[in-house]
Design a protein around this ligand. Structure first.
Ligand SMILES: [Zn+2]
Length: 416
């Protein structure tokens, strides 16, 4: 069989670069041992990567044979990227270096679900302010990643269906690219990915998923979503819609979901659902302190109001949180039975609510099949409220690691 030598060279380069990313600081001899490539091949690839500024030497340390060996690291602090996280309740923008350091950020909260045009306006303004905040020159930004909830055509930059944002067949990236060009004079390459998957990318490179090839990231917020990392790659499915954990049916005749189905996990246990259930309780006459926390206005009840009341031992609120935790636990136990992951990372706005997480962990233990997922660890994301935006910015890191350098807008690799 004839093997294209360019493909082999490209695979070898990716192998060397990923080894430096994962294990650095690391010496040439160690890379040779770990990759099973020849020393001359490793040296040639490293010269090329250093020429592109993708790796850098960080001095010498004592090698295993007592010789002082030159050590190399991924030069993540030499590349910058912008990440944008669009949700129905807020918009977040970060400027990071590719080591995952947040250098600038900005956030805008929405009172009601925003339309496309206002999100584009706000994004343009936030990108400019986050850039100014970061003190990174706009010319130094490699690319921009955008996280959007729902089903997307990432190639065309289209939002096909986002029940939470109520957007359908929206061309998002073309107008966004034009607006950012008008504002900065730079035509950045824009990439988009589903919010749950970008959150998983952030965890893979900078968070609780580092070092794991099989983990699941669950986004517990206004909606509920998930993304699975399988053999270090995002599992997408044949049409790219995999991971819609929020829309598995957990109650046959349950409440109507935004997707049009009944009894979805999201319709029973998401932040939006918890707030709605609290409003329903109040209108049916149940006594609870939830209403007092919003100054008597039921329209102002959010999931966090319910969590706050639960913390103060309001039994109606505690009951709502426990029920939501039970449904989420059932969903996660099913996911474990199906996929046998190493780690479950819980992220999103509700992942720092202790009572909810306790209940989820309890139900997961009871509900999952005996021996299924027996090695699984449940972790709460440590990337904070900008986790999804950081993941969106990391879309570019994935491309950089794969190609060993910057890609031009036409997909061609940068010349050395
Ligand atoms: Zn649904």
């Amino acid at each position: 069989m004839r093997v294209d030598k360019h493909i082999v060279a490209s695979m070898n380069r990716q192998l060397v670069l990923e080894t430096i990313w994962e294990k650095g600081p690391i010496s040439k001899a160690e890379i040779t041992r770990l990759t099973a490539l020849s020393l001359p091949t490793v040296i040639k690839i490293m010269e090329e990567l250093a020429g592109r500024g993708v790796i850098a030497s960080c001095g010498k340390t004592e090698g295993s044979a007592g010789k002082r060996a030159e050590q190399y690291v991924f030069a993540g602090d030499a590349f910058y990227s912008i990440g944008i996280d669009m949700t129905p309740t807020n918009l977040k923008v970060v400027v990071i270096d590719l080591n995952g350091r947040v250098l600038g950020c900005g956030k805008k909260t929405f009172d009601q679900i925003p339309d496309v045009d206002s999100v584009l306006n706000d994004t343009q303004a936030l990108v400019l302010s986050a850039l100014a905040d970061s003190a990174v020159a706009k010319e130094a930004i490699l690319d921009v990643g955008v996280a959007v909830p729902g089903i997307l055509d990432t190639e065309k930059g289209m939002v096909l269906f986002s029940p939470n944002l109520r957007w359908e067949n929206v061309d998002l990236l073309t107008p966004l690219r034009e607006r950012l060009f008008a504002a900065t004079g730079i035509r950045w390459e824009l990439q988009m990915e589903n919010s749950n998957r970008t959150m998983a990318l952030g965890e893979q490179y900078y968070g609780s998923g580092v070092g794991s090839d099989y983990f699941i990231c669950i986004n517990l917020g206004y909606g509920i979503g998930a993304a699975a990392m399988e053999h270090g790659e995002l599992y997408k499915g044949i049409s790219g819609t995999a991971g819609e954990l929020g829309h598995i049916t957990v109650e046959k005749d349950g409440p109507l979901c935004t997707c049009g189905n009944n009894g979805c996990l999201e319709a029973l246990a998401s932040g939006r659902a918890i707030a709605q259930q609290a409003r329903n309780l109040i209108s049916s006459g149940v006594k609870t302190s939830i209403l007092e926390l919003t100054g008597g206005d039921p329209a102002k009840i959010e999931a966090k109001t319910v969590f706050e009341a639960a913390e103060k031992q309001d039994m109606a609120a505690v009951d709502l949180v426990r029920k939501a935790g039970e449904y989420i636990g059932i969903g996660i136990a099913s996911y474990i039975n199906l996929l046998d992951p190493e780690i479950i990372v819980l992220g999103g706005g509700m992942s720092n609510e202790e009572l909810l997480i306790e209940q989820i962990e309890k139900v997961v233990k009871v509900r999952r099949m005996r021996f299924a997922g027996r090695k699984v660890q449940v972790r709460v994301s440590e990337l904070g409220e900008y986790a999804t935006a950081i993941g969106a910015a990391a879309i570019q890191l994935k491309r950089l690691l794969r190609h060993g350098g910057r890609l031009h807008a036409n997909g061609e690799e940068e010349a050395v």
